[in-house]
Design a protein around this ligand. Structure first.
Ligand SMILES: C[S@@+](CC[C@H](N)C(=O)[O-])C[C@H]1O[C@@H](n2cnc3c(N)ncnc32)[C@H](O)[C@@H]1O
Length: 287
């Protein structure tokens, strides 16, 4: 079958949902992943044929159901690195790359031979792995409650050739923590925990709401800082002096986050906006 005919079919069936440009970009990502063909090659040889078009047709059906392209491809890119993703892992977001960038820039302030770094709620492992890749003296630990997410994160560590210590535990329940975890000491603790309030569901796109793991996204309206409170408390006892706690946050809860870190005696608190000018991350240091 000619690829250009399949591309035509993609446009017919998907342009109303995504718009022409996005459909083209999906199509080119798919042919690159399935047939190792680039858009330039297709432009130069518009009559290109493929023997088996079943994968593309399957992808078309999934796109019609508004499944995220990253899950269809089974991979994405974060901080210039490849990551496998599946429906147990949140798809890494560009704003989280900004958080990683901030930590990498911050870390020279801590003058250690080895920097112990802990990522809480690691998901695909995107934060932990990009820090391990870019901070040469880092020893990185990554925790999640989901064994399925940890399995994917392990594969991603291997894919990116970094060594990470994975921990399966519920950060909200100290009974699930090992004695070693209870007594560990870190220079940096980072987390992008679940922070979307149930009341914010209506602001979300259906492809996120219907496909990405709710365990990774949502918190109850009555206690939206549940994870931040637990992590700030853990960090209060397990960060070394001058160690730093970094969070990605709900854009509507910046003030509440400053209050939370202040009341947990963190200093040099800094709230930072993302490129869209939304309050998106915060840092505090242990006194
Ligand atoms: C917003 S996602 C962040 C994933 C990844 N770090 C990222 O930035 O793309 C939150 C993660 O927290 C994990 N999580 C949810 N509840 C948890 C809990 N009680 N203890 C530990 N991790 C939890 C989820 O499985 C999910 O991977």
């Amino acid at each position: 079958m000619k690829l250009k005919d399949i591309q035509q079919q993609f446009h017919l069936e998907l342009d109303d949902i995504y718009g022409k440009e996005e459909v083209d970009s999906f199509f080119f990502l798919l042919i690159e992943s399935f047939y190792n063909l680039t858009r330039i090659k297709l432009a130069m040889d518009p009559e290109t044929l493929v023997n088996d078009s079943s994968k593309l047709k399957e992808a078309l059906e999934l796109l019609k159901e508004e499944q995220p392209i990253q899950y269809i491809l089974g991979e994405t890119e974060f901080y210039g690195l490849p990551f496998k993703v599946n429906p147990y892992t949140l798809i890494p977001r560009p704003e989280t790359e900004e958080l990683v960038e901030w930590i990498i820039k911050h870390q020279p302030k801590l003058n250690h031979e080895t920097l112990n770094i802990l990522d809480i709620g690691t998901g695909s492992g995107c934060i932990a792995i990009s820090l391990a890749k870019n901070i040469p003296n880092a020893k990185v630990y990554a925790l999640d409650v989901s064994p399925e997410a940890l399995k994917m994160a392990r594969q991603n560590a291997e894919l990116n050739n970094v060594s990470i210590e994975f921990i399966e535990a519920n950060i909200l329940n100290p009974d699930t923590w090992s004695d070693a975890f209870k007594s560990m000491s870190f220079s940096v603790i980072v987390s992008n925990p679940p922070y979307v309030r149930e009341q914010e569901k209506q602001l979300m796109k259906p492809n996120v709401l219907n496909n990405e793991p709710h365990l990774a996204l949502f918190v109850k309206d009555e206690n939206p800082l549940l994870f931040y409170k637990a992590i700030a408390q853990y960090a209060s006892s397990n960060l070394e002096k001058q160690g730093a706690l970094f969070f990605e946050i709900n854009e509507f809860l910046g003030r509440e986050m400053i209050h939370l870190l202040t009341s947990n005696h963190f200093v040099n608190i800094q709230l930072k906006q993302d490129i869209f000018k939304k309050d998106r991350m915060i840092k505090g240091e242990k006194n």
